[in-house]
Ligand binder design. Structure first.
Ligand code: IDP
Ligand code: MG
Length: 156
């Protein structure tokens, strides 16, 4: 069982629509721990690094324009199988395909304006966390509820 950290972005549509609290709450209420969080403006340079695998695709220019158009919230989330678990909570890429109960299914109707980003593997999580957070911005701390959120088996 992988106990890991992942990068979540609440995209500019989520911030503009006043959904930051609701979206953070979706991750928080599972018991996963927020170990980093900030409101920031994505630059074109950061977008190019973050979305390097999408450079050259038809939607790339629009994606960069959207992601740099207004502030976003970056979160570092920690827990058992955090990468996969967060992707599950987010739902399918296009809100129109995402099922009810997921963040994209419950809060969106668009393809590209899909409210959240979540790293898709342990390797991308490591790389992406490094793009958005300095090491000292990721805070190691314990909560009283940790003991009621996961046990040794979950920590692996
Ligand atoms: P993901 O966010 O679910 O991992 P990716 O395929 O990695 O999906 O695409 C990155 C982002 O690019 C999506 O979240 C979405 O905002 C945008 N995107 C992907 N495909 C399209 C498209 O066909 N039209 C518009 N935007 C797209
Ligand atoms: Mg992706």
């Amino acid at each position: 069982m992988a106990f890991e950290r992942t990068l979540i972005l609440i995209k500019p549509d989520g911030v503009q629509r006043g959904l930051v609290g609701d979206i953070v709450g979706r991750f928080e209420r599972t018991g996963m721990k927020i170990v980093g969080m900030k409101l920031m403006q994505m630059t074109e340079q950061l977008a190019a690094q973050h979305y390097k695998d999408h450079v050259g695709k038809g939607f790339y220019a629009g994606l960069v324009k959207f992601m740099t158009s207004s502030p976003l919230v970056a979160l570092a989330v920690e827990g058992p199988k955090a990468v996969e678990n967060c992707r599950k909570l987010m739902g399918k890429t296009f809100c129109t395909d995402a099922v009810a109960g997921t963040i994209r299914g419950d809060f969106g109707v668009s393809r590209g304006l899909n409210l959240v980003h979540g790293s898709d593997s342990a390797e991308s999580a490591k790389r992406e966390l490094g793009l958005f957070f300095k090491p000292e911005e990721l805070i190691e701390y314990s909560r009283a509820i940790d003991a009621w959120s996961w046990n040794d088996e979950d920590k692996g």
